[in-house]
Design a protein around this ligand. Sequence first.
Ligand code: PLP
Length: 397
Amino acid sequence: MIDLTERVKSIEYAIRDVVVHAKKLEKTGKKIIYLNIGDPCKYDFDTPQHIKEAYCEAIKKGYNWYSDSKGLLELREAIVEKEKRLNNVNIDPEDVVITSGISEAISMLIATVIDKEDEVLVPGPTYPPYIAYTKFFGGKPVSYKCDEENGWQPDIEDIRNKISNKTKMLVIINPNNPTGALYNEKTIKEILNVAAEHKLIVVSDEIYDQIVYEKRHINTAKVAGDIPVVVFNGFSKVYLATGWRLGYMYFYDPEGKLEHLREGVEKQARIRLSANTPAQVAATTALKGPQDHIREMVEKLRKRRDYTWKRLNEIDGISCTKPEAAFYAFPKINLGNKWKDDKEFVLGLLKSKGVLVVFGSGFDPVYGKDHFRMVFLPPLEILEEAINKLEEYVSSK
Ligand code: PLP
């Protein structure tokens, strides 16, 4: 047997790792309700018809070649227009790099910046690939506290305390996965100021920017003034195209401080040739065409969010902060002496009731522990069945 590299041995991805257990049970004939993965297309949300047609047309018209490594100019121009329209942010097509999902953007940026033992400040809890890729490239992820008592807003003092002379990068995820928090302007500006003081590269992942319920999302670049920011976004969630694997990053860099970083990212973009070309054509149509599906999706999700949040808080032993955005609830479990930890709770729920959620410590061993993450993407009747089962599980112990 070949010996795997240390970097590969370090990879963990709780959201998909729990599926292995579910599949085993499914083989024995048990029905499983999957509430683990943030893929709206797996439930009753579908890619808008005109965007699907644009993809098919692109193939028929012969857009089957490798594109420019930074992506099709038409798409980069459409992203520039979107940023102006939605956020009043001024960027140029040259500032944009199209990637195979944000997933690739995370890997490219971290590979460009992080050397052995360099530190990356990530939200605690976080979307796990920020931890996994940092470790993969030899760096050290350091979690900063997001305060559940304060609607899961980042704790600025904790960020300050965790900066060392090895810290190179700071990640903001807003709206947040897994907490569903939406950050206020004051918090974003405070984070930006701390990062600027310590010359950290700020990365802002905004993949759920238009899936918001009460308040509007605030784009980090919009309030950054002369502080540079690398913004990540994509087509998986808002444009309901998870399987297309298309995303982008852009450099908001009013004073040209990120030139060197861009060169590094562009070098990496060249060695992997390009992102999917027909998907880029269709994504251009997605940005330029009607946006009605977004409102429809948010209205549908709002009902599911309200139902989920209310029902979770009615269960004795579970409490949940109201998600303000995205499609995740991140409830706290009163483990008492019934369960050893959140992982045991989640695996027990799966085994006894066939409901699959993700254990909170998979999003951060400290700030995620004693929680679980569930998606509220399914129709109400499925959510009802799942939450009934959860309630039975919690009260039966
Ligand atoms: N960033 C966040 C915060 C996410 O929650 C996800 C997926 O769940 C991604 C990035 C992955 O995005 P993509 O499909 O563009 O790779």
